[in-house]
Design a protein around this ligand. Structure first.
Ligand SMILES: [Zn+2]
Length: 252
């Protein structure tokens, strides 16, 4: 989950299991975003970020999210929730849903056969070279690079040609297909008019516009801290308080 209070901070630990430091502690019930939850004790891992982070649990001690408070001004806080799919959780937007399609249902027979021949190891690169970027949650969390070969002209997400030069992956140059475990995800509009204005911006949103010229070589892939697509947080993940339906599971 991308932090709402700290740009660049990603909460990677999103297991529903109770976290070690909350085992056998007394917890109080609190209401966050109108949802009654049990609040664990301070997670010391984020003190360095000047954040007081508390994991939140439901009645069955299932971890359902977290509250991040400014350490120096605890009244300033954001609540992040786990959702039922990785894009919704990562981007903190429950409008992300499986599209009902898989990558396999989108491939032509011919493309499927081509991919089958090499055990689907080249699926991402084949898509890339046809102008489609298969965007995984991992790709949104990291700063991916693309290798472009000036000899054969092929692009790859891994170094496949010796003479390839590397550059930051510019999402805006591709049509995007959001994918996790072969399932295609898309941002939906739960109610007509409700969030439909988010859709046109989506193509531009993840990740931030690349400050480098296209093809500009970079020395190494983690030149800068990871920048979430939430460079445009209002477009991708509106703050919980502004969401019309922040938590489907909170609905009685
Ligand atoms: Zn080449």
């Amino acid at each position: 989950m991308f932090s709402s209070l700290r740009k660049g901070l990603i909460y990677q630990d999103v297991s529903p299991n109770i976290i070690d430091h909350d085992v056998d502690v007394d917890v109080d019930q609190w209401s966050y975003d109108g949802r009654d939850v049990y609040k664990g004790v301070l997670d010391p891992r984020y003190i360095k970020d000047k954040l007081n982070v508390y994991w939140l649990y439901d009645d069955d001690s299932i971890r359902v999210g977290l509250a991040e408070h400014e350490a120096e001004s605890p009244e300033i806080f954001k609540t992040l929730w786990f959702y039922d799919n990785p894009f919704a959780t990562l981007l903190q937007n429950p409008l992300w849903k499986p599209s009902g399609q898989t990558i396999w249902s989108l491939l032509s027979n011919e493309a499927y056969q081509d991919c089958l021949e090499d055990d689907f190891r080249t699926l991402e690169d084949r898509a890339l070279n046809s102008g489609t970027l298969l965007v995984t949650p991992k790709m949104l969390m990291e700063k991916p690079v693309v290798f472009e070969c000036q000899t054969c002209g092929k692009k790859s997400l891994t170094k496949s040609c010796q003479s390839a030069f590397v550059s930051e992956l510019d999402f805006s140059k591709y049509s995007l297909l959001f994918l996790d475990d072969s399932v295609i995800y898309e941002i939906t509009t739960s109610q007509p008019g409700d969030a439909s204005d988010q859709e046109p911006e989506l193509e531009q949103a993840p990740p931030p516009a690349d400050p480098h010229q296209p093809g500009h070589p970079v020395d190494h892939r983690h030149q800068r801290p990871v920048t979430p697509p939430a460079d445009h947080p209002q477009q991708l993940a509106s703050p919980p308080s502004e969401r019309p339906q922040s938590s489907p599971s909170a609905t009685p």
